[in-house]
Design a protein around this ligand. Structure first.
Ligand code: FMN
Length: 178
């Protein structure tokens, strides 16, 4: 299915996603991935840099789930679909690699690329929004900044900052000033 605009926006805002897969026997595995992007309007691609178990599981069982949240607004999505593994000779590999290398600047070699086609989308939001409907995104951002201790971290920058991180930092800066 086509990924809608609100999901695309949160994919851009989220620094990490979590990829869940399972073996043929149903043994689950979930791990964080930072290098991911929407792809061709209907799927998410994730760089396989160091994810051997995910790769084994996808080969055995294509069902996968990807979740991501903007840790400041504490809103996100959970996406379920069929995963496949793109390798160098595959038709879409080069295009997916190019998109993901915008995040790594080519610094990390990819063993392959996982592609999860979007079949089901479910919203994830912090319980506070539902329990206390007067909660605004600004309230939640303020609370998350405190929880993560971000304010004291803002002055130091990591040498491995990615484009997406910079985007998030802009969000942070804005929320601090707001
Ligand atoms: C913050 C963070 C970001 C990561 N991003 C990626 C990534 O984009 N791609 C990848 O292959 N591994 C990434 N990793 C490493 C994997 O999560 C890690 O090697 C994990 O053990 C792989 O598990 P798996 O084999 O079950 O997939 C990341 C780890 C962390 C802590």
């Amino acid at each position: 299915m086509t990924i809608d605009q609100s999901v695309l926006q949160l994919l851009e805002e989220s620094v990490l996603c979590w990829l869940a897969t399972s073996s043929l026997q149903g043994e689950p595995s979930v791990s964080p991935k930072e290098i991911f992007k929407p792809f061709k309007g209907d799927s998410i691609v994730i760089a396989n840099i160091a994810s051997p178990q995910s790769a084994r599981n996808i080969n055995e069982n294509p069902r996968a789930c990807v979740s991501f949240v903007n840790i400041f607004t504490q809103k996100g999505y959970q996406i379920t679909g069929a995963a496949s593994i793109l390798k160098r000779p595959d038709q879409d590999y080069q295009q997916a690699k190019q998109a993901l290398e915008e995040l790594t600047l080519g610094k990390f070699p990819f063993k392959s690329i996982f592609r999860v086609s979007v079949e089901q989308v479910r919203e994830i939001i912090a319980p506070r929004y539902r329990l206390f409907p007067e909660t605004t995104e600004e309230d939640q951002i303020r609370s998350a900044l405190k929880t993560y201790g971000v304010q004291s971290e803002l002055s130091s920058s990591s040498p491995c900052d990615t484009e997406r991180r910079e985007t998030n930092q802009q969000t942070t800066t804005w929320s601090r000033n707001g």
